[in-house]
Design a protein. Structure first.
Length: 172
């Protein structure tokens, strides 16, 4: 997960690359000091969003955002109900929001109604790798780094052409 420097970006680099791909404008990088109120973990002001998949086994995403729209927590995953396979593509929780249970809540959201699925992950950052044993302990689900995709998951299609939907904050 991101141990970000105070040079906070309005959105993550990854999101900006995706936006660049679609020709969307994203805000310029702005520096926000770590002691800024904007960095405070405040569950009352955060919003949660689900970006549904375009194909049944396509990529989907859950994000938690600060009032300025910054997505401080984000999980990208794919799940195929035909093959009972799940793949964690990316997980990120930005520095000040780490160790507040956001990662577990996002993974639990992805695991909902998916009993018996076999899950794997893509190769993750060192921070994210440290996170998975915690999740496994909490959920009983193993997440080996095998990056297993079925044909349905590989079917592709455009990402995120469907609108994101605001969610009730998932339970801890
Ligand atoms: Zn499949």
């Amino acid at each position: 997960m991101d141990n970000r420097t105070p040079a906070r970006t309005g959105v993550s680099l990854w999101a900006r690359l995706v936006d660049a791909f679609y020709g969307r404008h994203t805000p310029a990088v702005q520096a926000v000091p770590f002691n800024s109120p904007e960095w405070e973990v405040d569950p009352d002001t955060e919003t949660w969003w689900h970006l549904p998949p375009n194909t049944p086994a396509g990529m989907q995403e859950i994000r938690a955002c600060a009032p300025d729209g910054y997505d401080f927590a984000r999980l990208v995953w794919q799940a195929c109900e035909v093959c009972c396979l799940g793949l964690i593509v990316k997980i990120k929780v930005t520095g000040p929001w780490q160790r507040h249970g956001y990662g577990s809540r996002m993974v639990r959201f992805a695991l909902r109604d998916r009993e018996g699925y076999r899950w794997t992950t893509t190769p993750q950052s060192e921070d994210a790798r440290a996170f998975f044993p915690v999740i496994t302990k909490a959920t009983g689900v193993a997440f080996p780094r095998e990056h297993h995709l079925c044909g349905h998951m590989q079917a592709g299609g455009p990402r995120h052409s469907r609108p994101s939907q605001q969610l009730d904050p998932p339970p801890g």
